[in-house]
Design a protein around this ligand. Structure first.
Ligand SMILES: [Zn+2]
Length: 191
């Protein structure tokens, strides 16, 4: 139900039998989910439980509405009567004009955008090796499993000294920039 609230603004439904469509929580009418549209919520149609399906009021293309004294009930019934019933119950992904869901499009809709970081293109680029990019990303955030960090996690390690030179504590800074062994590797790479 928590996820339903998250994606609800991006989905709508086309109705056929209504067996798979939630009467209260799916956006099967143009006004969106009835649980939000109806001012009195479930009291708009008290006989229909929170778990009711559209099929509880629809059978073989005919609407069968329970009695209701709620003033909004008439509007709901009119909106339903105007529906062009589909060939099958379908959930549509509204942000895409085709109505088809894709994880890429969903991610674009749901993610919180942050300013582009200056090192972005050095890590993520066409032809990148995902494993290398991920390790670089961990390194920038100082989340690599260097010995100094392992020791803070309570992991038993024989020594926190650098695995290469064995003279200094193995931190990210030492491993990549201060260690004489890795400095030598950098020099040969950049030569
Ligand atoms: Zn070292």
């Amino acid at each position: 139900m928590q996820l339903r609230a998250l994606i609800s603004p991006y989905t709508s439904c086309r109705v056929d039998s209504g067996i798979t469509i939630s009467f209260w929580y799916d956006a099967w009418l143009p006004v969106g989910p009835l649980i939000k549209f109806c001012c009195r919520g479930l009291q708009c149609f008290p006989i229909l439980s929170e778990h009711a399906k559209v099929s509880d009021v629809l059978s073989q293309g005919q609407w069968h509405w329970p009695r209701s004294s709620d003033p909004q009930a008439t509007l709901v019934r009119d909106l339903a009567a105007a529906l062009d019933l589909s060939n099958h119950d379908t959930v549509l992904w509204s942000p895409h004009k085709s109505g088809h869901f894709s994880t890429a499009n969903a991610w674009e809709c749901l993610r919180v955008r942050s300013p582009k970081l200056e090192w972005n293109n050095a890590i993520w680029f066409d032809g990148q090796l995902p494993r290398s990019s991920f390790i670089s990303w961990l390194c920038i955030h100082n989340r690599l499993a260097t010995k100094d960090r392992l020791s803070t996690w309570g992991i038993q390690i024989a020594s926190v000294e650098c695995e290469f030179c064995n003279t200094r504590r193995e931190t990210r800074e030492h491993l990549f920039f201060e260690c004489p062994i890795t400095q030598e590797i950098w020099r040969s790479l950049l030569a």
